[in-house]
Design a protein around this ligand. Structure first.
Ligand code: ADP
Ligand code: ADP
Ligand code: MG
Length: 448
């Protein structure tokens, strides 16, 4: 592979460009009119304007992206995360045009992207899944009957869901009746598919996920877990590895279950198997994300591996250069997602960044999208970047994290930096004692 087109934007486009530069690979950025002056456009060797700001006319415009790839001699396309990264149709069109899609097979993406199908596949493979209903639920009456059978509280979910969208906790028939049509409507609007299903709501939940990698020669390995329970709106804000909640036995067991899940679909490329874990450390399959994940740097820091480099190697049909036993994790890493959002309401807060100064120092890594003068527009995800810290111990990593959050200067827009500082200073968080309810509980305590 000599030339790679990046069908994405922002920090992940820059992240992919960095590895390509290290490997001597030429990069092509595609961008919308709104992103013309963003750093990722400048840093790529070639930049191609593909359309107006709305994603439907630019970053989701498959034919415009393929045209840019062909005209500029791309051998491969890296889809990043979000956008077209889990779109089987896009992967198929790349193959038709003789361009390598850096990701798994289209059929595997489609099978795992449909949560109902994925659940059924995992049940057949013997991977524990969240108790629930394994088919599409068409009516409110059916939904209530199923919820009563499973037992409240339940999670009403869109089968095609992602980004926490189209999901609702329900405690009563009344709540289901209220949520059903609106969740279905959101699923239709966001994913073009309104299939719904219901899972048991797991109490005191921990979101723990496992990074996996599979090559085209049948080797599938895991790169340990990431604890992602610090969330708001069912979306992650802080991730860390190792998980402070796991003991060695459970760690081994959940990592093996992830490999078993990946083997069931003969997975190739980088992927993440997400689990929900209860207070008794019983874990259940939630979903599989068939792409590089936002929080992949946490895994890179503790393993010393470059996951984008491994993705390129697999796409090049090479064998993974190590066996499971040769991979070791060392130290502790935390990632804080920096968003242009109101730190109290968690709603996006677009605008222009007037001044920007990143923290520096030992153990600090910044994967960001912006510079002073950059605009965070309402067209895209409001993530500004990610602050990643690495320490020999969790205490050291936390110490670096607190200092770095304090040093980070972003002026002109609201950001979630104050909320991140509050989490890092919290006693329970410092002790590593928290569930996915943490952020909500912290807000309630602050109010009282
Ligand atoms: P991760 O575990 O990598 O955070 P997510 O599913 O939360 O995975 O999403 C990855 C990225 O894609 C995030 O930036 C998220 O905001 C975005 N995203 C995911 N689904 C959607 C969607 N339906 N609409 C808009 N953005 C989405
Ligand atoms: P998405 O595709 O939007 O990422 P997920 O199924 O991965 O959806 O769920 C997102 C988050 O919602 C999880 O990380 C967890 O915090 C919460 N969640 C999802 N399902 C359950 C459940 N059955 N019980 C408790 N929490 C859940
Ligand atoms: Mg998820």
């Amino acid at each position: 592979m000599k030339t790679i087109l990046i069908a994405n934007r922002g920090e992940i486009a820059r992240r992919i460009i960095r590895t390509c530069k290290n490997k001597g690979i030429r990069t092509i950025a595609v961008h919308s009119e709104a992103d013309a002056s963003m750093p990722f456009v400048r840093e790529a060797d070639t930049a191609v304007l593909i359309g107006p700001p709305p994603v439907a006319q630019s970053y989701l415009n498959i034919e415009a992206i393929l045209k840019a790839a062909k005209e500029n001699g791309a051998d491969a396309i890296h889809p990043g995360y979000g956008l077209l990264s889990e779109n089987g149709q896009f992967a198929r069109r790349c193959l038709e045009e003789g361009i390598v899609f850096i990701g798994p097979k289209p059929e595997v993406m489609e099978e795992m992207g449909d949560k109902i199908r994925a659940r059924n596949k995992m049940i057949a493979a013997g991977v524990p899944v969240v108790p629930g209903y394994n088919g599409n639920i068409a009516t409110v009456e059916e939904a209530c009957a199923i919820a009563n059978e499973i037992g409240y509280p339940v999670m009403l979910k869109a089968s095609a869901g992602g980004g926490g969208i189209g999901m609702q906790i329900c405690h009563t028939d009344e709540e289901i009746t209220k949520a059903f049509q609106s969740s279905k409507g959101r699923a239709k609007a966001y994913f073009g598919n309104d299939d719904m299903f219901i899972e048991k709501y797991i109490e005191d939940p921990h979101h723990i996920e496992v990074q996996v990698m599979g090559d085209e020669h049948g080797s599938i390995i895991h790169l340990f877990e990431r604890e992602c329970s610090i969330q708001r709106r069912h979306q992650k804000v802080i991730e860390e590895s190792p998980s402070p909640f796991l003991d060695e036995e459970t760690r081994l067991s959940i990592c093996e279950a992830a490999v078993q899940a990946a083997k069931a679909v003969q997975y190739t490329g980088a992927g993440t198997v997400e689990f929900i874990m209860n207070a008794n450390k019983e874990y259940f399959f939630l979903e599989m994300n068939t792409r590089l994940q936002v929080e992949h740097p946490v895994t890179e820091e503790i393993t010393g591996l470059d996951l984008v480099e491994l993705q390129l190697l697999i796409a090049d049909k090479k064998a993974l250069p190590f066996a499971q036993e040769e991979i070791t994790a060392r130290g502790h890493a935390l990632e804080m997602r920096i968003y242009a959002e109101d730190p109290v309401t968690f709603m996006p807060s677009p605008g222009t960044i007037s001044a920007y100064q990143q923290p520096r120092g030992q153990g600090v890594r910044i994967d960001d999208a912006v510079e002073a003068g950059s605009a965070i527009t309402p067209f895209y995800d409001p993530m500004i970047g990610k602050l990643i810290v690495y320490g020999e111990t969790r205490e050291e990593a936390l110490d670096f994290a607190r200092k770095a959050v304090e040093e980070y200067q972003i002026e002109g827009i609201k950001t979630n930096l104050p909320m991140l500082a509050e989490v890092l200073d919290n006693d329970s968080f410092a002790k590593g004692v928290y569930t996915t309810k943490f952020v909500q509980q912290m807000k309630q305590t602050t109010k009282n």
